[in-house]
Design a binder for this molecule. Structure first.
Ligand code: 6GU
Length: 287
């Protein structure tokens, strides 16, 4: 009845303990880098790096543009852990497995999780290269019963029915707008609702139109599952989408979504996105 996802408390604890034996400090901030946005980890001092394949029982990433490394290090005095490369539903893992790193983060001591992703813009005011502060999400796979908290609840992580109306920390969103303004980034920093789909095929025109009418500003294939698990176990969440392409919304358009365009836009805007995240982290308060 309940297939073992391998992401239970004991499994997560074993991986966290294995890592803690090998790093000098418990991280306070956990960062998940989206496609083409892995450069954030390079700014960390005193790095200790693990390939996912070297961490016993850690999931393995299979996507081009996702490095598959866990990097520990210090950012302006703050101990951080950074995932270069994440896991997606379309890779074929159970949703409980793709979100397991969030529980490992929690057991490492992480208090705040920052997630980035590459997304398609549905909001017609958005341009390629815009950075969207995520204020809310639509969990489309959740409507079909795909939710990482499905199965028996382990109270050591959190409650059976966690609230999601406050998933994205308002104070961090506010701070991010302030930082964006100070850095002169207001021209391209937006906010909006992110909708996740399973992928790996991109959306049809009819699907894009539907999602837009439902209130989504951007669409992608990640982040939401991680946010649900991170909130379940009580971590603070902040998330950003880099709008790497405009979702195709009309039948006259010659545009086609493709992964190369996604990676190229990531490269062009990534330095500013990293600066925004780094400045935000240095200002965050921790217990
Ligand atoms: Cl247009 N759709 C989805 N599902 N994911 C994306 C994307 C579009 N652009 C980047 N990632």
């Amino acid at each position: 009845m309940f297939p073992d996802s391998g992401s239970g408390y004991e499994e997560c604890k074993a991986i966290a303990s294995w890592l803690l034996e090998r790093v000098p400090k418990r991280p306070l901030v956990g960062i998940v880098c989206g496609s083409g946005l892995g450069g954030l980890a390079d700014g960390l001092k005193d790095q200790v790096t693990f390939s996912y394949s070297d961490i016993p029982n850690f999931p393995q990433s299979t996507v081009h543009g996702h490095a598959g490394k866990l990097v520990f290090g210090i950012l302006k005095g703050k101990p951080c852990v950074c995932m270069q490369g994440r896991f997606h539903l379309y890779e074929g893992y159970p949703v409980q497995k793709i979100t397991q790193p969030m529980r490992i983060f929690k057991l490492l001591g992480v208090e705040t999780v920052i997630l980035t992703n590459a997304a398609g813009g549905l909001n017609q005011d958005f341009k390629v290269g815009d950075v969207m502060i995520i204020k809310d999400h639509i969990n489309m796979p959740g409507f079909a019963g795909i939710n990482p908290l499905t199965g028996p609840n382990d109270d050591r992580f959190g409650v059976r029915f966690p609230c999601m109306s406050d998933a994205y920390d308002r104070e961090l969103q506010h701070m991010a707008h302030e930082v964006a303004s100070e850095l002169g980034y207001t021209d391209f920093v937006r906010e909006g609702v992110y909708c996740v789909l399973g992928g790996p095929s991109f959306e049809t025109i009819a699907e894009c139109r539907m999602l837009h009418r439902l209130g989504a500003d951007a669409v992608g294939m990640s982040t939401v599952h991680e946010v649900i698990v991170a909130r379940h176990c009580g971590m603070r969440v902040f998330a950003l989408s880099l709008i790497t392409n405009k979702a195709v919304m009309d039948y006259d358009s010659q545009e086609k979504a493709n992964h190369e365009e996604v990676l190229q836009t990531g490269k062009e805007r990534s330095k500013q996105l990293e600066k925004l995240v780094c400045t935000l982290i240095t200002r965050m308060e921790h217990d």
